[in-house]
Design a protein around this ligand. Structure first.
Ligand code: HEC
Length: 172
């Protein structure tokens, strides 16, 4: 047998062993799917990179409308108070019953910098697989999602009082 053929056999053998190992791992039930058991550092790093690249590549071709329009920001605040605050908090809303049990942990959007409007739009419209982040594009049109984006970008500099007024007291 030539050395090339030998190397080929080693590669095929290794791949077969990995495939069998994967089937045994899945079939054994040894993996804990519970949301109260966290990923290892390496798995977390891979998932984070996968999410960053996936969203980054898809978001960059989106055309953003004027997200500074106060009417948009006000309309977005109402949607946000109705749909998002339980998971993502808001100015003056610092905890909720659903947040502690969510994994991956939803970012606190009252503090997080969401100024990249295209990324926020893509994430809100399409959601994130294997996390609790829903694809809001299934129930909201693009205009409503841009309203929400306009509002979310302003949250880190918004006072609790301004949020209460914009959301008409539906503060969470
Ligand atoms: C049931 C909980 C839940 C609800 C409701 C929810 N989200 Fe999320 N959201 C999440 C989770 C969990 C993540 C993080 C996912 C991850 O890290 O992979 C997330 C991520 C995000 C991100 C990405 C933030 C970043 O770091 O890039 C944005 C923006 C966002 N959500 C906005 C919203 C908006 C706006 C709404 C309401 C229209 C909403 N979410 C409703 C759970 C939720």
């Amino acid at each position: 047998m030539t050395s090339v053929a030998k190397a080929g056999l080693v590669v095929v053998g290794t791949l077969a062993a990995l495939a069998i190992g994967g089937v045994v791992f899945v079939g054994s039930g040894i993996y804990n799917i519970g949301a109260d058991d966290h990923h290892t550092k390496i798995v977390l790093a891979i998932i984070e990179q996968l999410r960053e690249r996936s969203i980054g590549v898809r978001a960059r071709t989106i055309d953003a409308p004027d997200v500074e329009d106060p009417k948009r920001i006000a309309a977005g605040a109402e949607h946000y108070a109705a749909l998002c605050v339980g998971c993502h908090l808001a100015p003056g809303v610092t905890k909720s019953d659903i947040r502690p049990g969510l994994y991956p942990h939803p970012p606190n959007l009252a503090q997080e910098d969401s100024r990249d409007a295209q990324r926020a739009f893509w994430t809100i419209k399409h959601g994130i697989k294997m996390s609790a982040m829903p694809a809001w594009g299934k129930s909201l049109d693009d205009a409503a999602i841009w309203d929400i984006v306009a509002f979310v970008r302003k949250m880190p500099v918004m006072t609790p009082e301004a949020y209460r007024q914009l959301s008409h007291g539906r503060s969470g």
